[in-house]
Design a protein around this ligand. Structure first.
Ligand code: KG4
Ligand code: ZN
Length: 350
């Protein structure tokens, strides 16, 4: 058994392919980012995304095989993201995977994008280190949720955002501050020169239900970032939220606003995650998804986990945002446990 899996990812605005051996050893990871194609629109345009995947997917697959120096006949299976994501984009990757599998007589392994993000955090652990159970925080442009991860695909939801995802909040606040798309990286860069305690923006905490203390129920866990985003909007534009966006150089203390906003997001993510791990009695948290690239989140989560006698595990930055190594990686335990699909496989946006 070669343990070699080809992974294909196309759920949003990255066309990616990768070859991973035994779930962990990354032989290649090719990512074609569409950022420039969507930048003018300030967000991902599904129609443009689908067409771009179609143009790039075969080249990206060929490149991943060539860089890994692997021939299709050495592969055990093709793993592909089937949910969640933009349906038109998912279908391009799935169709490419089906074509490849048919041509080379390989099984197809359907992969859940969120589970794969978490798998990315486990890939750098020592081979004999069993990653599960652990608490997993998935923070990306489309998701912000906490799970009790009991196995590679056994995820029990603990809490999620009531409104915006954390990455979405970064992108929107970056836009309010006149920063280039995508907002997360540009805002966190600006925040490096600002003071995190310059402004006290709101941190959402879910309300305790009446009587819950008497009933011995713990405070609920959860996230919300739309109030924070609105607070920044009013801070920047004054009480007239519909006022035109000031030119970036006219926004007073822009770096301080960025750093204070980032701090509020990071605080919310860190407190809720550590609390969830305490309640679950677990000593390890995995943090995954595009926002896991954020330096301040890595720093504060690491410190809070250490204070609580826990460890926070992040993927290397290249494997936080969308990539196919996480798909090929998770494909291995799925393939080993017989979770293969066939030509009738379908994609789902949810
Ligand atoms: O996981 P991902 O690549 O795509 C989704 O599945 O959504 O995450 C993209 C999100 C974007 O919202 C982007 O702004 C955010 O991750 N992001 C960051 C950073 N790098 C990327 N947010 C905060 N700080 C960063 N350094
Ligand atoms: Zn993602």
């Amino acid at each position: 058994m070669s343990g070699l899996i080809l992974g294909i990812e196309s759920s949003c605005d990255e066309t990616a392919a990768s070859v991973v051996q035994g779930g962990k050893r990354i032989l290649s990871s090719v990512v074609h980012s569409q950022v420039e194609e969507h930048a003018a629109f300030g967000g991902v345009v599904p129609e443009i995304a689908g067409r771009s995947h179609l143009r790039e997917v075969h080249r990206v697959i060929e490149q991943a095989l060539a860089e890994a120096e692997v021939d299709p006949d050495q592969l055990e299976a093709v793993a592909v993201t089937v949910q969640p994501g933009l349906i038109g984009s998912l279908l391009v990757g799935l169709s490419a995977a089906k074509g490849f599998a048919l041509r080379h007589n390989l099984p197809i392994v359907p992969v859940h994008h969120i589970h794969a993000h978490v798998w990315a955090a486990t890939m750098e652990l020592a081979p004999d280190d069993d990653p599960f159970p652990a608490v997993a925080l998935v923070v990306s442009g489309g998701h912000t949720a906490l799970y009790l991860a009991k196995g590679p695909t056994e995820f029990e939801p603990i809490a999620q955002t009531l409104d915006d995802a954390a990455g979405e909040a970064f992108d929107k606040v970056a836009w309010i501050l006149g920063l280039p798309y995508p907002g997360g990286p540009s805002l966190s860069k600006l925040a490096e020169s600002g003071a995190a305690d310059a402004f006290r923006f709101p941190r959402y905490r879910p309300k305790t239900l009446p009587n819950s203390k008497d009933l011995g129920l713990p405070r609920p866990l959860g996230f919300s970032f739309s109030g924070l985003k609105t607070a920044v909007l009013y801070h920047v534009r004054g009480q007239d939220a519909l006022a035109p966006t000031p030119a970036p150089e006219d926004i007073p203390r822009r770096a301080d606003v960025a750093a204070s906003f980032q701090e509020a997001v990071v605080d919310a993510l860190v407190t809720q995650t550590i609390e969830a791990a305490k309640r679950a009695g677990l000593e390890r948290v995995f943090v995954a998804g595009g926002v896991a690239c954020n330096g301040r989140l890595r720093e504060k989560m690491g410190a809070a986990a250490a204070d609580a006698g826990m460890t926070a595990v992040f993927p290397s930055p290249a494997y936080c945002s969308d990539n196919a190594a996480m798909i090929a990686g998770l494909g291995w335990p799925l393939w080993e446990s017989g979770k293969v699909g066939d030509m009738t496989l379908d994609a789902s946006p949810r």
